[in-house]
Design a protein around this ligand. Structure first.
Ligand code: F6R
Length: 361
């Protein structure tokens, strides 16, 4: 048997975990199923206007608050009858006007890009809905008579992924853009709860796949590759979670596009490729063409990468399969932080940038 490269059992020392994670990021990750349930209840009971007739939907947001827009867009794209965009910038597209539905999403309510884009969308007469815990965004929206879906505070935005995803999804269905997938929502939360039973900190590393994956990633740069459609967004979520939780450089890409460029990069000098840990996010419901494409890529990558891990989506509905591929990345990135001896919660580099930008006005 191959000797273990990193001592995974460090992740079984509960006292050590508690000390290394003073703000309890793992607790936030572990409570995601309950967070999702609460997010669904909030969204179903929120007061919304009886708007209709939109030419398109534009979600304004950054980072952890924008990714919910990506998930919903990728999920609904095959059936939505109007285009949907996620806008991560101070500016907004020229087409935004009175026939637009704009959702301003900011967990803190204080993100300057989102606030600037929100102001422009309001000036253009768009129908604007805010999803936030409060802050400047809630104040400005309420002053303008815009509806606000209030979500609970106290989390890091990236740990509030249930609040980024479900209120947006349900608001769009309540505004008539599609029929709420109630059974898929129930299934998604049940899948998350079942995954938590396997990935949570109380499950020893020897039979906890999220802890084992974190150990495999130590000292390596994760490269997360998503199959088609929403799996590309999930791959990007993993990358961001490795960046923000584990403070690790990480990369992501999406099939089939990556086969037209990135794949050539595996001819790079070994000193570079041997530091990369590839993670393939897969889905049995992808068609045979996509499966073959991923299999061939896996073989190419396996010749050069330090390691290749493969994760398969669980569940029936697209929504359940999507969240089932998100959740292991949330756990693995938090465990990787703890293996590195890094507190997963603070994001000093983001805070520093925000503070310096605010100072410069
Ligand atoms: C931090 C995080 C960030 C924030 C981003 C925008 O946990 O995930 O990516 O989401 O800086 O801030 P909010 O979400 O407050 O608008």
């Amino acid at each position: 048997m191959q000797e273990e490269r990193v001592d995974r059992s460090l992740l079984d020392d509960q006292a050590r975990l508690q000390k290394a994670d003073p703000s309890d990021m793992l607790g936030a990750v572990e409570s995601l199923p309950e967070q999702c349930r609460n997010a669904v209840a909030i969204a179903r009971s929120a007061e919304l206007p009886s708007w209709s007739d939109f030419d398109h939907v534009v979600v304004l947001g950054m980072g952890g608050s924008a990714i919910g827009g990506d998930f919903v867009r990728a999920l609904l794209e095959p059936s939505l009858q109007v285009p949907m965009a996620v806008n991560r910038d101070y500016s907004i597209p020229g087409y935004v006007g009175s026939r637009s539905l704009v959702i301003a999403s900011s967990y803190s309510g204080g993100t300057e890009e989102t606030l600037a884009a929100h102001e422009l969308a309001s000036q253009r007469g768009a129908r604007v809905l805010a999803i936030t815990t409060g802050g400047e965004l809630a104040q400005r929206a309420e002053a303008a008579g815009q509806p606000v879906v209030r979500i609970p505070g106290g989390l890091q935005p990236r740990a509030a992924v249930g609040y980024a995803l479900f209120p947006l999804l349900i608001a769009l269905s309540r505004l008539g853009l599609f029929t709420e997938p109630q059974s898929a929502i129930d299934e998604a939360i049940a899948v998350l709860a079942a995954q938590r039973d396997r990935f949570q900190r109380a499950v020893p590393a020897a039979r906890n796949p999220a802890k084992s994956l974190a150990a495999e990633l130590m000292g390596r740069a994760p490269l997360v590759l998503g199959g088609g459609g929403w799996k590309g967004v999930v791959a990007y979520r993993w990358k961001c979670q490795f960046n923000e939780n584990a403070k690790s450089l990480a990369f992501s890409n999406q099939f089939p596009e990556l086969n037209h460029n990135e794949t050539c990069g595996w001819e790079a000098p070994e000193g570079l490729t041997s530091r990369v840990a590839a993670i393939l996010l897969r889905d049995r419901s992808d068609d045979q063409r996509m499966q073959t494409r991923v299999d061939v890529t896996k073989a190419i990558v396996a010749e050069r990468a330090a390691t290749v891990a493969e994760l398969w989506a669980e569940g029936e509905s697209d929504l359940a399969r999507m969240v089932s591929l998100i959740y292991p990345g949330d756990f693995a990135s938090a465990y990787l932080a703890l293996l590195y001896g890094i507190d997963p919660t603070p994001v000093r580099m983001i805070d520093r940038l925000k503070a310096e930008l605010a100072r410069l006005g």
